[in-house]
Design a protein around this ligand. Structure first.
Ligand SMILES: *Cc1c(COP(=O)(O)O)cnc(C)c1O
Length: 431
């Protein structure tokens, strides 16, 4: 008699009380089919599901767990903070310390405001950009995700694309009528948008290395054109670095591209796995925020003492010399190994990475925009996903998501992952 699958049992229970059984849509495995794994515990590069099956974890909570799970220094900082109280609703020294640490690492930011989620940070940055410029229009790009604020839910990438909606129900068209959605890496379209609407554009928001349509880099000349056109027209350039911040390198995508945005949105890694996010930029713009200025923004749990302890301890570790060199090398060896395995089995494949973030594609080119990413063979991706899952390797359950390597992944973990992929490529061999 096979023992009952504990994940199935939990999924049934979950679906009775939580819509779709999950608290964030992509967790539901809707794109790939099957039962989501309910995670019991995690340590280092691994987590274990409800059947006590171990997986090498390549989502790392969708980016935050850059040190791996349960890093001793982070655990210690959190344990200490918890004993001092969970939340005060009054300022703390630790918030200053975290702000100072962030500003020291991201030179484009002179001031920062802490919030609790990437959605909140992006939404607040957008309001600030509109408030500071007195303009209404915003530009975003198809396939970029900036959280689920109304004005930004326009052909957004992950989550929504799975369910086939161009935008969410419950968002009145009036709310998105000022959102211009352009094709990523399309300079001609960008120039046209500024030529038509330049004087009404409050900001251009972009993932400069996009991680919500798998992994797509802004071409250097495209990113530079974004910067130049914003400057020419008095619009603010907003880099949404919720995913890339402290993930692709110590200075984020702006460091990789060598471009200085006006505002930066951060999240994920800066909380080290706790609910924490931030947005910041030049003093003159940030001082438009309440209580100094007319742009209102607030939060009961903003700068939470436990979350800031977790974030600070995480930043301390990643700022150590050599951290990103070692992490990049690991990620590059994974990507190179997967490419070699696919090539050996005659499978169309390409992959790219930066720092501890990677993407792979079941096609020979590296896509430059969302439409190309979405030409991926769904059935083939799903077979690869489930093949890896069976072999104890957990990648994102959707083809338009990036992957994440942590400092805790060992060479053996990487080798085991490549071998698992090779077996699947071989089994689906067409040559
Ligand atoms: C994850 C993400 C967000 C949203 O952050 P949440 O904490 O999930 O609200 C916004 N922008 C980007 C680029 C992200 O990757």
């Amino acid at each position: 008699m096979p023992t009952a699958d504990q994940n199935d049992i939990l999924f049934d229970r979950a679906r009775a009380v939580i819509p779709g059984g999950v608290n964030s849509p992509v967790r539901a495995f809707k794109a790939v089919g099957g039962t989501p794994r309910f995670i019991r515990r995690a340590e280092g590069a691994y987590f274990w599901d409800a059947n006590d099956k171990r997986y090498i974890d390549y989502i790392g909570s969708w980016g935050p767990m850059i040190l791996g799970h349960g890093h001793p220094a982070v655990v210690e900082a959190v344990q200490k903070a918890v004993l001092e109280g969970f939340s005060y609703g009054a300022p703390t020294e630790r918030e200053i310390e975290l702000a100072e640490a962030i500003l020291a690492l991201v030179p484009s930011m002179e001031m920062v405001r802490l919030v609790s989620s990437g959605t909140e940070a992006a939404m607040s940055a957008l309001r600030l950009a509109r408030g500071a410029t007195g303009r209404k229009h915003i530009i975003k790009f198809e396939g970029c995700y900036h959280g689920h604020a109304d004005a930004l839910l326009v052909k957004a990438g992950s989550g929504l694309a799975t369910f086939g909606h161009p935008t969410s129900a419950g968002v009145p068209p009036e709310v998105t009528q000022h959102t211009l959605v352009l094709e990523y890496n399309n300079i001609a379209q960008l120039e046209e948008a500024f030529a038509l609407h330049g004087n009404d554009i409050a900001c251009l928001m972009i993932e400069a290395i996009a991680g919500n349509m798998n992994f797509v880099r802004a071409a250097p000349e495209f990113a530079q054109r974004c910067r130049d056109l914003c400057t020419q027209h008095g619009a603010l350039l907003v880099f949404d670095e919720v995913m890339t911040g402290f993930r692709v390198g110590l200075n984020g995508a702006q460091g990789v591209l060598g471009i200085t945005p006006d505002l930066t949105v951060l999240g994920k890694v800066i909380g080290g796995g706790m609910p924490l996010a931030a947005f910041g930029g030049p003093r003159a713009i940030m001082e438009q925020l309440a209580p100094l200025g007319p742009v209102y923004q607030a939060g009961t749990l903003s700068g939470n003492p436990v979350a800031t302890a977790c974030g600070l301890a995480t930043l301390k570790e990643i700022a150590k010399p050599g951290f990103y060199e070692a992490l990049s090398k690991k990620t590059q060896s994974l990507v190179a190994g997967l490419k070699a395995a696919a090539a050996a089995e005659g499978q169309p494949f390409n992959a790219d990475s930066e720092g501890g973030m990677f993407g792979f594609f079941l096609m020979n080119e590296l896509p430059q925009n969302y439409a190309t990413v979405m030409t991926t063979d769904n059935a083939k991706f799903n077979a690869l996903f489930h093949g890896l899952l069976d072999r104890g390797v957990y990648i994102a359950p959707a083809l338009y998501e990036a992957g994440f390597v942590s400092a805790a992944h060992s060479d053996d973990d990487i080798a085991a992952t490549i071998e698992a992929a090779r077996q699947i490529f071989k089994a689906s061999g067409t040559h």
